[in-house]
Design a protein around this ligand. Structure first.
Ligand code: A2P
Length: 283
C-alpha cells in the first residue's frame, strides 16, 4: 500500500480503500459530522459507521457536506442487534440508508453474531438475515456483505446456508489481541480482516515498548500501530475527533516497520483486553 486511497480487493472484486475512518464512540451531532468531513478533506475515502453507533445521521451529513462525489467514497454500515431476521433486516437497511442519505451501501455487515435477543436461535436468525442481505445485493443496493465479531463457529454456521460468501470480518484486532486462529481461518476463506480499535481504543498508545519502537522509526505510537496493521494485511479503522490526529493517522506511507519492530509489536500483550466474547456479550 502506498497511499490512503490504495485498495484491497474483496473476493467479489469490489475494491475497498485500505484505511477506513472509524466512528465508534464518536458522539452524534456536530462532532460526528465535522470529524467525518475533516477525514474526507484529509483524504480518507472510506467511512465506517453502524446503526448501533447511533450517529449515522451525522455521519451522513459529514459525507454529503464534503462535496466528494458518492462514487469516490466507500461507506460501511452495520445491522444492529435488535434487527436480525429477514423482514427486520430489509427494514433496518432502509432506515440506515435514509439516515445516511444514501441510496446504496458499499459494505453492509452483521454487527454481532449472537446478541442477547436471539441467543436461543442465532443460527437461524443469522441465516435469515443473510438471505435478506443477499437480496439487497441482487437488487444493487449493497455492493458487498460481511460480518463483524464473528468467531469461526459463527462463520461455519452461516456458510451452511449462505449463497454469497462473506467478504470481510471486522473484529477487535491490534498487537495486544491478534486472534491468530480466527485470522488464519478467515484468510483461508478469502475474507479480508478489518481491524476495529487498531489503537486499542487509545490505551495501547501509552505502552513503553511501543513508544520505543515509534521513536526508532521517527513516528508516533499511533502511526506505528496503524502501519503494523497494514503490514499484517489488515484494514485498520482508526477513530478520532481531532483534526490533527485524523491527519496524522493518514501519514503511514513514508516508512516501513522492519521485521524486528514487527516481531516486537507482536509480543505487546496485556496492554488492553477489550476483546468481548460474542456468545456472552450482554447486549
Ligand atoms: P480522539 O478521538 O480524541 O483523537 P481506536 O481507533 O483504537 O478506537 O482508538 C481511538 C482512540 O484513540 C480515541 O480515544 C482517540 O481520541 C485516540 N486517538 C486516535 N488517534 C490518535 C493519535 N494519533 N494519537 C493519540 N490518540 C489518538
Amino acid at each position: 500500500m502506498k497511499s490512503l486511497t490504495d485498495t484491497y480487493e474483496l473476493k467479489n472484486q469490489v475494491k475497498i480503500p485500505c484505511i477506513g475512518f472509524g466512528t465508534w464512540q464518536t458522539p452524534d451531532g456536530n462532532v460526528a459530522e465535522n470529524s467525518v468531513r475533516t477525514a474526507i478533506e484529509a483524504g480518507y475515502r472510506h467511512i465506517d459507521t453502524a446503526a448501533g453507533y447511533e450517529n449515522e445521521g451525522s455521519v451522513g451529513r459529514g459525507i454529503h457536506s464534503s462535496g466528494i462525489p458518492r462514487g469516490e467514497l466507500f461507506v460501511t454500515t452495520k445491522l444492529w442487534n435488535s434487527d436480525h431476521g429477514y423482514e427486520e433486516t430489509l427494514r433496518a437497511f432502509e432506515v440506515s440508508m435514509k439516515k445516511l442519505q444514501l441510496d446504496y451501501c458499499d459494505l453492509y455487515l452483521i454487527h454481532w453474531p449472537n446478541p442477547v435477543g436471539i441467543r436461543d436461535c442465532w443460527e437461524e436468525k443469522n441465516a435469515r438475515t443473510w438471505r435478506a442481505m443477499e437480496k439487497l445485493v441482487s437488487e444493487g443496493r449493497i455492493r458487498a456483505i460481511g460480518v463483524s465479531n464473528f468467531q469461526r463457529h459463527h462463520i461455519e454456521a452461516l456458510l451452511k446456508t449462505a449463497n454469497i460468501m462473506p467478504t470481510v470480518n471486522q473484529v477487535y484486532l491490534n498487537p495486544s489481541e491478534t486472534q491468530p486462529e480466527l485470522v488464519s481461518y478467515c484468510k483461508k476463506l478469502g475474507m479480508l480482516m478489518e481491524a476495529y480499535s487498531p489503537l486499542g481504543t487509545g490505551s495501547l498508545l501509552k505502552d513503553a515498548q511501543l513508544a520505543a519502537i515509534a521513536e526508532k522509526n521517527g513516528k508516533s505510537p499511533a502511526q506505528v500501530l496503524l502501519r503494523w496493521s497494514l503490514q499484517k494485511g489488515f484494514l485498520p479503522l482508526p477513530k478520532s475527533v481531532s483534526a490533527d490526529r485524523i491527519l496524522a493517522n493518514t501519514e503511514l506511507f513514508d516508512f516501513e516497520l522492519d521485521a524486528e519492530s514487527m516481531k516486537a509489536m507482536d509480543t505487546l500483550r496485556g496492554c488492553v483486553h477489550e476483546l468481548k466474547d460474542p456468545d456472552t456479550v450482554d447486549f
